[in-house]
Design a protein around this ligand. Structure first.
Ligand SMILES: [Zn+2]
Length: 341
């Protein structure tokens, strides 16, 4: 059954904020967005006729744009608190306080439903970074453990010492908030697209749709989208790659219990208990795009459980990742003083 939240979400063209979609009339009531307040207050009784009509219509790019615009005005620090509260209710082992203290900011990324793609930038402690990592969780909305792991690693990266202080991180704990917040959570985004099959790989135009039809037998969980980069979430991740220029992309998934690696070697043999086991490439996957098109090493972690990842395993994987990164960080440039300079 589609929940009230989803119905509301489709009425964003009428000015309802993403807060209302998340089902927080009490939060939206306190928000500064007057339309969100009004719409959310009405919601518990029944959806307005306009909202019902909108719910039946497929999502259109125009409404997505309006959604992003409405969300932009609603993305305040207070909204982060509300989002963290809901997120922690969905993700096992993620206290709301851990989300709230992770230093996230809304940035300019939005999901189809207009939810901010919260991001944390962790600059290198020792000045200009000598290595940059883009860390992504929750590309698939039903892989909760990936989100919990990324939050855990935000905390660990703040305690960096030695060569690790030369590393800058851009961290996005939840790339697919619409899928994660749906009841039940979905792998795909709000338009039914598998974001990890939507990147503009060299083989997308030729292979993505035929692969989906023949190999997956039109599995709705693996729909690659009507065209490459059709989704706001993948467009935004692509912009992060273009603007941040990562030296490594780490994308966390579950539950296959392995480590995949694409792009320029060397690959680590393992991260914690996850053994290197290259699974090959799929049309539209981030490993295929980042590793082969952009030539950036991509580590795809497949945790053993989609629900939770234990403390010991979090720490072990982090340690092995740090060891691998330490071998890749170039030596600092030594500037020699010139006489008279
Ligand atoms: Zn996944």
């Amino acid at each position: 059954m589609r929940t009230r939240g989803w119905r509301l979400a489709t009425s964003v063209a009428a000015g309802v904020s993403w807060l209302a979609w998340l089902g927080w009339p009490e939060v939206a009531a306190g928000a500064r967005h007057p339309v969100a307040h009004k719409a959310a207050a009405k919601a518990p009784a029944k959806a307005a006729p306009a909202a019902s009509a909108a719910a039946k219509a497929p999502a259109k790019p125009a409404s997505a744009a309006a959604s992003a615009s409405a969300a932009a005005s609603a993305a305040t620090s207070a909204d982060l608190g509300a989002w963290c509260k809901t997120l922690s209710a969905h993700v096992p082992s993620l206290p709301a306080a851990q989300c709230q203290t992770a230093g996230l900011s809304a940035g300019d990324g939005r999901s189809v439903r207009g939810v901010p793609l919260w991001v944390r930038d962790l600059p290198a402690a020792g000045g200009a970074p000598r290595f940059k990592v883009l860390l992504l969780g929750g590309i698939h909305g039903d892989e909760f453990a990936s989100v919990a792991l990324v939050f855990d690693w935000i905390a660990r990266s703040r305690a960096a010492v030695g060569a690790a202080t030369a590393v800058a991180w851009r961290v996005v704990p939840v790339v697919n908030p619409d899928g994660l917040m749906h009841a039940p959570a979905t792998r795909v985004n709000a338009r039914g697209v598998d974001l990890n099959r939507n990147f503009p790989t060299n083989d997308w135009a030729r292979d993505a749709q035929p692969y989906w039809v023949k190999q997956t037998r039109r599995d709705p969980r693996r729909f690659p989208g009507p065209k490459a980069m059709s989704e706001p979430e993948t467009q935004w991740i692509q912009r992060q790659i273009e603007q941040f220029h990562p030296d490594l992309i780490v994308s966390v998934h579950a539950p296959y219990g392995l480590l995949d690696f694409d792009g320029p070697p060397p690959a680590p043999r393992r991260l914690g208990d996850l053994q290197l086991d290259p699974v090959g490439i799929y049309p539209g996957s981030l490993g295929n795009y980042g590793g082969l098109v952009k030539r950036v090493p991509v580590m795809t972690l497949e945790l053993k459980s989609a629900r939770e990842v234990g403390e010991v395993e979090r720490a072990a994987m982090w340690l092995d990742l740090q060891r691998w990164i330490a071998t890749r960080v170039p030596a600092p440039v030594v500037r020699t003083a010139r006489a008279g300079a």
